[in-house]
Design a protein around this ligand. Structure first.
Ligand code: PLP
Length: 278
């Protein structure tokens, strides 16, 4: 399978990254993961817009237009003949002698590659644990710096959980690589899209799907206690789609099974996926 490095399609052996690439040394860059269903990118425009925004927020100037980028990744997808899976794409500030301050001259480095895997019919319910949100205050930027996220996810994995749910004080923010939703009395709650969370593309899709199903939505923060007392909890992401959470810190949520509202959102989300495949 080929790798896209800037504007070239290369073998993995040929795709070389400099030791002084700032992405490698500082995590100085941004990324996206875009799902591929039936050989089509899902919600590509939204991902590329978010990428552009993330780059802008850390003052990386993209050396290509979004339509050029689109052409390159379409070519990559075609060359690799990906039917189902995802595209990983990252842009770093580029190569420069190591120094914290932004270099005056550095060409951003683009790397993208694809992964092939089959779509799971519907995500099996998972169990989560709470963890202190020790991350920085710009979680809205999809930055390569993921230490807070990977440490939380590792802790959860070692303890046998499927996800770590972050909280700042009593307020639930998001998961280590997912957004978190609760349902109480048929109202859907999720943390507002501010600097404390990544505004997930799947999150946005779910909010519009919920509106189309006449489910009342409140983009309002909620506490750990409210989550534990919710009727339903689910998480969302590009790779996990809509995944029910049936237990948190060993306490069952609702009746300990996937709830009706989650199931209907999941079903409607699947319809959006199949429509996008055409
Ligand atoms: N929150 C965090 C911290 C993430 O890393 C991710 C995705 O990986 C998400 C939320 C979900 O975002 P999306 O739905 O765009 O994949």
């Amino acid at each position: 399978k080929l790798i896209l490095l800037n504007s070239e399609l290369l073998s993995r052996e040929q795709a070389l990254i400099d030791i002084e690439d700032r992405g490698y040394q500082f995590g100085d860059g941004v990324y996206e993961v875009v799902r591929i269903y039936n050989s089509h990118f899902f919600e590509l425009e939204a991902h590329l817009e978010r990428l552009e925004r993330s780059a802008h927020e850390i003052k990386i100037k993209l050396p290509f237009t979004i339509s050029e980028l689109k052409q390159r990744i379409e070519k990559l997808k075609k060359s690799n003949n990906v039917h189902s899976g995802h595209l990983y794409l990252q842009i770093t500030r580029g190569v420069s002698p190591r120094n914290h301050a932004f270099p005056e001259k550095a060409e951003p480095v683009l790397v993208a590659y694809t992964k092939e895997y089959s779509k799971e019919p519907s995500r099996i319910p998972g169990r989560a644990m709470f963890t202190d949100d020790i991350r920085w205050l710009r979680c809205d930027i999809k930055s390569l710096n993921l230490l807070g996220n990977v440490m939380a996810k590792d802790d959860a994995t070692v303890k046998g959980y499927d996800e770590a749910i972050f909280h700042r004080g009593e307020i639930v923010t998001e998961g280590s690589s997912t957004n978190v939703f609760i349902i109480k009395n048929r109202i859907l709650y999720t943390h507002p899209a501010n600097h404390l969370i990544l505004d997930g593309i799947t999150r946005r899709k779910i909010l519009s799907v919920a509106a189309s199903l006449d489910i009342q939505v409140k983009e309002e923060s909620f506490t750990k206690q409210q989550l534990l007392e919710a009727d339903e909890v689910f998480i969302s992401s590009t790779t996990q789609e809509v995944r029910p959470i049936i237990e948190v810190d060993g306490q069952p949520i609702g009746n300990g099974k996937e709830g009706d509202v989650t199931a209907s959102l999941q079903a409607e989300f699947e319809i959006h996926i199949s429509r996008s495949e055409k």
